[in-house]
Design a protein around this ligand. Sequence first.
Ligand code: SF4
Ligand code: SF4
Length: 358
Amino acid sequence: MTSCAIVRCPDYGMDNLRQAIIRIIESTDFPAVKGKTVLIKPNILSDAPPEKAITTDARAVEALVAILKERGAGRIIIGDSPATQVARLQPRASGFMEMAERQGIELADFRERNRMHAIDGIDVPMASALDEAAIVISFAKAKTHQLMSATGAVKNMFGTIPGLSKSPMHLRYREPVSFARFLMKLYDECHVDYAFLDAVIAMEGQGPGSGTPRHAGLMIGSASGYAVDRAEGIIMGYDSTPLIETAEKLRPGISEASYPLLRPEDLIIPGYRRIESGKKDTFRTLVLGSVRNLFRRPSSRRPRPSFDAGKCRACSRCVSICPAKALRIESGHIAFTKRRCIRCYCCHEVCPFDAINV
Ligand code: SF4
Ligand code: SF4
């Protein structure tokens, strides 16, 4: 059985990060990296400072980079493509750019270099760095997620689809279960060798872009991204999440793991502010999901977003990402055509001014 290592890591001090990651690596099936090209895919949802807990912490990725170098890794690439990316990737505020320069490693721009993959009968552009790397590592951030209840190692690889090219996937896979099925196929296509989860500071409440940082003091790692995500869900206090419930129905046992160090059941964070909305549809949509997709009807059980005119600065980020073309800027204000909304919550994910509520 795959092993999943959970260790305590009280803060982002380099010594603590280093000890945590080495302990994880030594307790699990970490791949040999000597002489190989390694791609690390952190979550850089938007270029936000680390204290907001929106991104995988660049210091945690830097600790891993140093360890990979010590183990003889050849070329090391890090990369992501935020959903609203329209220009060259330059994540300065989150610390990734400076870290890449300091470590002398490559920051790949998935928008500039990608190729089509056939997934589920459609052509999906994905980062060319996936083809160049012999070892692929998902380094996710522990966060709540409006549609999927939690975002972790598997969902993190959605970022290998460049920028706004993600939007049609939201239009096609509108329900948590159908989106989970797509994420599983995408994860297969990425051939991920190992997954880490940065849960030193996690995000609770209105994740993944507008939630509240919550100290969890944990780092998780496994060769199975599903095992990592299952542990994350348990620690957050979920009975299950749409991703794990769907994955277990389709491939029984996929998220099971042994825990050689700490057990997730012993680490449940009291009062963690979760998002249950996606989970309510799980069983029904597993049966009816494909029929609903045919008729393009979103679940009416999930709420639509609402817009706070006082906070909105008419930056248009939500307008560009909305797959249903339900948003526009009119006379300097956000305008919302409710009947078009498919409740994908992409707008909520990308608003930098906390002007969208779900
Ligand atoms: S308004 Fe927001 S939730 Fe509705 S379809 Fe557009 S991006 Fe998705
Ligand atoms: S709601 Fe947010 S993302 Fe949309 S235009 Fe206003 S400030 Fe920008």
